[in-house]
Design a protein around this ligand. Structure first.
Ligand SMILES: [Zn+2]
Length: 255
């Protein structure tokens, strides 16, 4: 089984609701296995408001994210990048390293490098770069270096395609989240502001239903009712221990 990593999982995505949509079921299963869950967003999703200003939307969405995190007794952090205008820079990488160290992250989950949304791709780059050097003593932040580089995993984009529609490498594993869909949907339900937004932005009348359907579609591929999908970052620079797959072995399906 190899080295064991600290049982704190940091779900580090771009916007409030990304964690809930793509990996909340898996986080609940990990929590039930004794993990501490931390949820962080690079932005507060300030553009995601229809009848509120950017500032008002930021305030509202941080509240929604906090309530969703509370369901898993998870801490919630926001790095206050600007929604829709997220750029990779020194400051935000250092803030990301500080957070990983502060919570002593053993496992980090972020977007896939070829996700459909540019904020998601930027987040992936920031998180991957930050995680890569989070154990190095020369990084100029106040927190003590992590003992070891955390394991890095990637969550699903909206579909199993890259931004121009080509099929991507199949998920490394599927997690059967059927038994925890209630928890996942409860967490999503706190993001009420997104229902109206999705109606305008994507002509999507039932945002929560669409998220649930995505899990049903992934589940259908492997013969369960609902599944979340993941890739482990195995391209170099990170450890290859399969801790999530081992600890959730009863729920893991590989194809
Ligand atoms: Zn997002």
């Amino acid at each position: 089984m190899g080295r064991r990593f600290n049982k704190t999982v940091l779900s580090f995505h771009a916007h409030p609701d990304d964690t809930e949509a793509w990996c909340a079921g898996t986080l609940k299963l990990l929590k039930d296995k004794g993990y501490k869950v931390v949820i962080a967003t690079m932005t507060a999703g300030g553009m995601g408001g229809i009848n509120s200003t950017e500032e008002g939307t930021i305030e509202m969405r941080k509240e929604e994210a906090k309530k969703a995190a509370d369901v898993l007794d998870a801490e919630y952090y926001c790095l206050d990048g600007r929604d829709g205008f997220l750029f990779d820079n020194t400051e935000i990488r250092l803030a990301s390293i500080s957070l990983m160290r502060k919570v002593n992250a053993g496992i980090v989950i972020t977007h896939l490098p070829m996700d459909y949304h540019s904020d998601h791709r930027t987040t992936c780059n920031i998180v991957e770069s930050a995680a890569m050097i989070s154990s190095l003593p020369n990084v100029p932040v106040g927190e003590e270096p992590l003992e070891v580089t955390p394991l890095l995993y990637h969550s699903a984009p909206l579909t199993l395609t890259d931004p121009i529609g080509s099929a991507i490498v199949p998920p490394h594993f599927y997690v059967d989240v059927t038994s925890v869909m209630d928890t996942k949907m409860e967490m999503l339900s706190f993001h009420q502001s997104q229902i109206d937004l999705m109606k305008v932005m994507h002509k999507m009348d039932d945002f929560f239903g669409v998220a649930k359907q995505a899990n049903a579609d992934y589940g259908k591929l492997v013969g369960v009712d609902y599944a979340e999908v993941f890739w482990q970052h195995l391209g170099g620079g990170f450890q290859r221990e399969t801790q999530i797959q081992d600890d959730l072995k009863d729920f893991i399906i590989t194809r």
